[in-house]
Design a protein around this ligand. Sequence first.
Ligand SMILES: Cc1cc2nc3c(=O)[nH]c(=O)nc-3n(C[C@H](O)[C@H](O)[C@H](O)COP(=O)(O)OP(=O)(O)OC[C@H]3O[C@@H](n4cnc5c(N)ncnc54)[C@H](O)[C@@H]3O)c2cc1C
Length: 486
Amino acid sequence: MQRVVRFEELDEFDLETDICVVGFGGAGASSAWEARMAGSEVTVLEQSSAGGGSTMMSACEMYLGGEGGTALQQELGFADSTENFTNYLKACFGDNLDEERVAMYTQGGPEHFAWCEALGVAYKRGYFPGRDVVAMTGDSLQFTGNERSWPFTEVAEPVPRGHLPADADHRGGQVFMSTLLQRVEELGTDIRVDARARQLVQDKHGRVRGVIAKIDNKPFAIRTRQAVILTAGGFVMNEQMTRQHLPRYYPIDNPHGNPGDRGDGILMGVAAGGHAINMGEAFICIAHYPPPELTFGIFVNSQGQRFINEDIYLARLGHYASEQQDKKVYMLIDNEHFARPAYQEHIEITAVGETIEEIETDAGFPPGALQATVQYYNEHAACGEDPLFHKAKDWLKPIASPPYALVSYSLDHLKPAIFTLGGLDVKPTGEVLTPDREVIPGLFAAGRTVAGIPRTAKGYASGMSVGDATFFGRRAGRQAAALDRS
Ligand SMILES: Cc1cc2nc3c(=O)[nH]c(=O)nc-3n(C[C@H](O)[C@H](O)[C@H](O)COP(=O)(O)OP(=O)(O)OC[C@H]3O[C@@H](n4cnc5c(N)ncnc54)[C@H](O)[C@@H]3O)c2cc1C
C-alpha cells in the first residue's frame, strides 16, 4: 500500500495546488502558516475529523532559548547564550545529535517565541522554580529537564527553557493549537479533514509531484507544483513498527500520542527513497515526581545498588531503568518523605519495614547489599555529598526516619508513557534525504515524522518535541514555498 504512484501513469488529478501538507498537528500547521505567508497555495490533509494531533493533547511546553534568551527568559532575568544552550544539547544527545539542526535551533529560539506570542498565545511573565513536569501555578517559565542535575551541570549553566502558555496547566496544547489552527484557516488555507494521505506521487526523475489520499472512502489525487510536506506524527500506534524498531520497550501498553501516530509519513517518505534513522529511540517516562519530596528517596536495582542521581528528569530515569537487569527498579524512601507520585498510577509497594535489613530480606535482595548502599549514601548525604552520582545538595538527606518503604517502579507493571523519536533523515530546512544524504526533490518533512532535536530519552526534556515540531515545521514551510512551481 505504501509504494509510490508514478506521476507519468496518472491521467488526471482531482486537485492541483502549490504545496500539500500531510497532517494538521503542530508541525503541519506551522509549515502551512509559513507557506501561506510566503504566498503559496496550500492544501492540508488531516486524517481525523479535526486538526490538532498530539500537539493539541500536549501541555505545549516548548523548550526554547539561546541568543541571549527569549523575551520571557530575559524579562524574568535569565540570560541564555547560544553556546550554553548548545553545550547542554550536546550533553543531552551525544553521538545522536544533529549539529546543523542544533545550531539553527539554538540561534532561532527567541524569534520562534516571538512568533508564538504574535499568533496571539499569551505567556505569563512568571517563573516557577519548583520541580514539576508542568508548572501548575499559571507561570510560563520553568526548568523541565536535567539542567540542574549532574553531569549536565558540568558542561552548561542551568537555565530554565520550558515555555508554557499562561494559566493552562496541562491544557496548553488546546490553547496554542486552537489559536494556530485558526490563524492558518484565516490565511485562506484549503483544509480537508477525514482525509488520509496514502501514497506519494513521484516522477521518473525522483521528484515528488503529489499525493494520493482517501477522502469519503474514495481515492483523491492531488498534484503539487512545489512540494509535499509530511507532518503525520510518529509511529507509536503502529504495532508492527514498534515491535520491529523498539523491541526493548515492547509491548507498549501506554502509547503517548493520538491514533494517527501510525508512521504513515515515515513509510511514505521511505517509499519515495527517504531514509529512516534513530528508529530505536523513544521517549519513555517514569514519572517519579511530583511531589518533589520523592527526590529525597534513592533508586536501586534488584542488586540493591543505586544506578542514578534521583534529581534527574523522568525520561532519563526511564532510559536507565530500562537498562537495569530485568528492567526492575525500586525507590527506597523513608516515612518523612513518602508520598504517591502524582502521575504514576501503577507503582507497587514491595516491602515496608522498620529496618533496612527487613526491607532487603522481604525484597529478596542479596544479603547486606541494600544495607551497604544505604549506609554509604547516608554517611555522605549527612555531609551534603553524593560521590557516586552527584545528586544536588538540595535533595540530599540521610534516609533515616522509619518505617521505610521499597516502592517498585519496575517497567513490567509500570506501563510507562512512550512516544517515538526516530523518523526520516531531513536537513534542518525539512528537505527529505536519501541514505546517501541527497535531497529528494519536492519532498519535505517535520515533527515526529523526522528524527529531530530530541533523539534519546536519556537527554530528553519536556518541551523538546513541540518546540522542535513547530520550529522546524515553519522552516519546512518556508523552504518549500521558495521552490519554483512546475
Ligand atoms: C499527553 C501528551 C502531552 C505531551 N506534552 C508535551 C509537551 O508539553 N511538550 C512537548 O514538547 N511534547 C509533548 N508531548 C509530545 C508532543 O506533543 C508530540 O511529540 C508533538 O506534538 C508531535 O507533533 P507533530 O506535529 O509531529 O504531530 P501531531 O501534532 O500529532 O500531528 C500529526 C497529525 O497528522 C495526522 N495524520 C497522521 N497520519 C496522517 C495521514 N496519513 N494523512 C493525514 N493526516 C495524518 C494526525 O491525525 C495528526 O493530526 C506530549 C504528548 C502527549 C501525548
